[in-house]
Design a protein around this ligand. Structure first.
Ligand code: ADP
Length: 542
């Protein structure tokens, strides 16, 4: 027997229509590439998104066509999120931090037809455009006054002219909710980039789940500032979840330095933010150096790589900002787990609570999760056994775009490539990426724990632990450290710092001090590059 309820499809346009009708006066504030602060409302966004949709249709864009962006977090990018997906076309967010050759490869693979980009990225676009075969039109996200006077590109469209000339009248079309809505390529930290093609249904369901109190806890009482870029897994879904709940949106544009971010946090009374740990290092340094406090910030979501415990404590103890440690991946839209305490944890000491919060957290409803051994046998949820982390659910990938790499699933589960424990309360902790695990004498050493301990040393700015060859044990951990400016720090200081904190045989065999650690396009440490750099490294024999 069928239920007798409406079958309204879960479409991305419905998020915007909801915000327009019920949160029409709520603000969206953006720092523009032109340098100034721009403000308007969800009502304005809805009008402009309809204009974008009409302009794209007039330009011949059809459902399923790929429309690419190369843009910061800003209101024009947001208009494209809705204008492109709203008419059934596919928004492809290119990552400007990749090399021009990589961008061209991805744009060709995706068969992008139009590219809309921020002024800042003109040199990058000029560098890859000759190799991007499918792109027929280039449009700059600015007004006539700021259009580049010269360019190597054949013809440049002016976004403001195109949008304002289009009609704001449009009924968002209804179509199958499983239609593709947006496309994002994995950053290729571990191989060729692969396309993840989200659907309207997966995006809307992910937004519902992301907003839940034990997930990102978003509401109309919030002002949300996503530091995580809109070109990285749709800014973790915040551009969709914010209109769903009617939260104010604050979009930082290219201003990702501590000073610019702090100004926006304070001036716009931001309550929630989100980003990778490396971004917060810069912000926390700025705030500490200038003796500042956060007056409105309540929570920050930290994920993308492990949040060092020292950072979590610093946010909570010095600034009263709750850290939501989250884990996910491009293939998961991206949210999988969030580390929020349960009712039973209220009576624990603060230290015991921290021990729970350091973990990557519990699965949100919609994500099913288990750990298995190499034979695929499920391992116990005891917080000790660790194995390959498998997930499944309505916003988890089924296949990569154009089947790149073949069928990724194992008996209906997606193998994440992460190694983890899950405890009896359901809290998952990443031990490592399977490719980064250090295999010492047949036993595994997780690099994340070792990095977290190093990061807690007051003289350490950044730390990575990688495997290096060892004649007897196969691999042993090497600690690579970037010191804070002006700090004296020796190998012995660092090794002594590990005493009593871990099993003795986990202690790194050596310490290398470097000027900087290479970061990837999404702000993560590039361990593969470090391993290459240190491939001939000889460990001390004593
Ligand atoms: P890429 O795989 O291209 O680096 P993603 O952004 O999809 O791009 O990265 C997902 C991976 O990032 C996860 O599989 C995991 O290894 C790592 N990751 C994400 N969040 C966390 C976290 N909170 N702690 C540890 N690792 C994390």
């Amino acid at each position: 027997m069928q239920g007798l309820m409406m079958g309204s499809p879960l479409l991305i346009s419905s998020l915007l229509s909801h915000a327009e009708r019920h949160h029409g006066a709520t603000e969206i504030v953006s720092r523009r590439t032109e340098g100034d602060i721009h403000r308007y409302t969800y009502r304005d966004l809805a009008i402009r998104a309809r204009q974008v949709a009409n302009a794209l249709r007039e330009a011949g864009v059809k459902p399923g066509d790929r429309v690419a962006t190369l843009a910061w977090n800003g209101y024009r990018h947001l208009e494209l999120y809705y204008g492109v997906s709203g008419i059934g076309a596919v928004l492809h967010t290119l990552n400007p931090r990749l090399f021009p050759e990589q961008i061209a490869w991805i744009a060709n693979h995706a068969e992008d037809q139009i590219l809309l980009f921020d002024l800042t990225f003109l040199p990058i676009v000029e560098a890859f455009a000759p190799h991007a075969k499918s792109i027929q039109r280039y449009i700059v996200l600015t007004d006539r006054a700021h259009m580049p006077l010269t360019s190597k590109l054949p013809e440049l469209g002016c976004y403001e002219e195109i949008v304002t000339a289009a009609s704001p009248v449009l009924e968002w079309p209804e179509f199958d909710e499983t239609s593709a809505s947006s496309l994002c390529y994995t950053s290729g930290t571990t191989g060729e980039p692969k396309g993840v093609l989200y659907s309207h249904r997966s995006t809307v369901l992910h937004s519902y789940a992301a907003a839940l109190p034990d997930a990102l806890n978003l509401s109309a009482r919030d002002a949300v500032l996503p530091v995580v870029p809109m070109f990285h897994v749709n800014a973790w879904g915040l551009p969709y979840a914010a209109p769903m709940v009617g939260a104010k949106l604050v979009l930082p544009g290219p201003g990702l330095d501590g000073k610019s971010l702090y100004e926006l946090f304070e001036n716009e009374h931001v309550t929630v933010s989100a980003g990778v740990p490396t971004v917060w290092l810069g912000l926390l340094n700025y705030v500490a150096e200038h003796g500042l406090k956060f007056s409105s910030m309540r929570r920050t979501i930290i994920g993308g790589s492990a949040c060092p415990p020292a950072m979590l404590r610093s946010f909570e103890e010095r600034y009263g900002v709750q850290v939501l440690h989250a884990w996910g991946m491009t293939e998961m839209s991206p949210l999988g787990t969030v580390g929020v305490l349960k009712h039973k944890h209220a009576s624990l000491s603060r230290e015991e609570q921290y021990a729970v919060q350091y973990k990557q957290g519990r699965a949100i409803y919609g994500v099913d999760m288990k750990i298995v051994d190499d034979a695929g046998v499920e391992l116990p949820q005891d917080g000790i056994a660790f194995g390959n982390l498998y997930v499944r659910g309505p916003w988890v990938i089924q296949r990569y775009f154009k089947d790149a790499g073949g069928d990724p699933l194992v008996s209906g589960w997606f193998p994440t490539g992460d190694v983890a424990t899950i405890d009896a309360d359901g809290y998952m902790q990443i031990t490592d990426r399977s490719k980064d695990v250090i295999k010492s004498g047949g036993e595994w050493i997780g690099s994340i724990d070792l990095e977290n301990i190093a990061m807690a040393h007051p003289g350490v700015a950044m730390a990575a632990v990688i495997a290096v060859r060892h004649p007897k044990w196969d691999e042993r951990p090497l600690l690579i450290v970037v010191k804070k400016p002006g700090v004296e720090l020796s190998r012995a200081d660092m090794l002594q710092h590990y005493e009593g904190k871990i099993a003795k045989w986990w202690t790194p065999d050596d310490v290398a001090f470097v000027e900087s650690i290479p970061l990837g396009a999404t702000g993560k440490m590039l361990k593969a590059k470090l391993r290459e750099q240190f491939k001939d490294y000889r460990l001390p024999t004593i």
